[in-house]
Design a binder for this molecule. Structure first.
Ligand code: PLP
Length: 361
């Protein structure tokens, strides 16, 4: 968490610890601050109109988007197979209830198969969910192309985009991309964990999934996590997206330069988001590699949220074999990482891989 976000958190967790729904003057001031925070987020998202619903993170924002758009009747739902479990698991639960769900496959470069999307879209489509940046591979989907297809072929459908790995990392605008629902999560941009938001273009279209006191326009009842929200927006405001991107791209390229031409190491999406680098190490199990690296470099195998699940379904959906997937490692870069740290991490990863490879052979 950034220092300023932490300070903001402290302020609203102590001196300004008032319930925004209460009627006394101090509480009213907090409510105005929350509304200001909503406006700031909308601006950063490039929204013209619409609303921000504060949530307990992107898992909730994603669940709310899908379940809140679900309707009785002969509707159809379309999600990409590369989505985070907080989308895929909801889709599976809809299928169990007898709803029609289409899963868009991924192509070898990690993007969705746009021609498949075009084929399944029809007048009965109720919701389409495609993420902007994939959290395992860094692949970037062409959301403009997706929204154009959705709006022309399925006029009654809403487009949900999981923007968790894109917000404050890539420049985009919900308005320009014609997005109806967009999820974000604070801990991906130096905010606190357990807080996020959902941008909603037309809130009358979204049903609540939590029932209670009617906070957040009746869509998300429960006293708002004011300290978390204020810290999230402070953290977002601090990041200059373009400057951070340039720095991270430099780190990503330096890392790639260090490992390229190394026998046995391949890169899954070299042209994806520079914040995520998915590597495949031939002939070894990356679980062992992660453990060997533990004291020097902190890396994950896929994404932290899916590490409890067997295999890596995103890579398999792209056509990689189980054997190749066994050697997958995900390196993620931060705008506060330094070039020196990244170069030394790449060298250590290379060394440990060769050591493990020799041992395994
Ligand atoms: N969507 C994507 C793409 C993610 O990477 C994550 C978490 O890493 C989530 C959703 C879930 O977000 P949260 O941890 O805020 O629930």
């Amino acid at each position: 968490m950034s220092e300023d976000a932490l300070k903001e958190y402290g302020k609203y967790a102590s001196a300004c610890f008032y319930n925004p729904s209460a009627s006394y003057a101090e509480a009213n001031k907090v409510r105005l601050k929350l509304d200001e925070a909503r406006e700031k987020l909308k601006k950063m998202l490039g929204a013209k109109g619409g609303e921000i619903i504060f949530t307990g993170g992107a898992t909730e924002s994603n669940n709310l988007s899908l379940k809140g758009s679900e309707r009785e009747g002969k509707w159809e739902y379309v999600v990409s197979i590369g989505e985070h479990p907080s989308v895929l698991e909801v889709a599976k639960s809809m299928e169990k209830k007898g709803r029609v769900v289409h899963y868009i496959p991924l192509t070898k470069n990690g993007e969705i198969d746009y021609s498949f999307l075009e084929k399944v879209l029809n007048k009965k489509t109720r919701l389409v969910s495609v993420m902007l940046v994939n959290n395992v591979t860094g692949a970037i989907n062409d959301i403009k192309r997706v929204s154009q297809l959705v709006k022309s072929l399925s006029p009654q459908a809403v487009l949900h985009v999981d923007g968790v790995q894109a917000f404050k990392k890539l420049n985009f605008s919900v308005n320009a991309l014609d997005i109806d629902l967009l999820s974000i999560s604070a801990h991906k941009f130096h905010g606190p964990k357990g807080v996020g938001a959902l941008y909603v273009k037309n809130k009358t279209q979204l049903k609540n999934i939590i029932f209670g006191g009617g906070q957040e326009f009746g869509i998300r009842s429960g006293t708002e996590n004011v300290a978390g929200i204020m810290a999230m927006v402070k953290a977002a405001e601090e990041i200059d997206t373009e400057k951070a991107f340039r720095h991270v791209k430099q780190l990503h390229d330096a890392f790639l330069h260090e490992i390229e031409n190394e026998k046995g190491i391949s890169v899954v999406c070299p042209d994806g988001s520079p914040y995520i680098l998915c590597l495949l190490f031939a002939g070894v199990n990356s679980e062992t590699l992660v453990r060997m690296l533990e004291n020097d470099v902190v890396v994950g195998r896929g994404s932290a949220c899916s590490s409890k699940k067997a295999g890596n379904s995103v890579l398999e959906a792209m056509g990689y074999s189980r054997e190749q997937v066994k050697g997958a490692l995900r390196v993620s870069f931060s705008d506060i990482s330094t070039l020196k740290e990244v170069e030394s991490a790449a060298k250590i990863i290379k060394e440990k891989y060769l050591e493990l490879y020799e041992r395994t052979k």
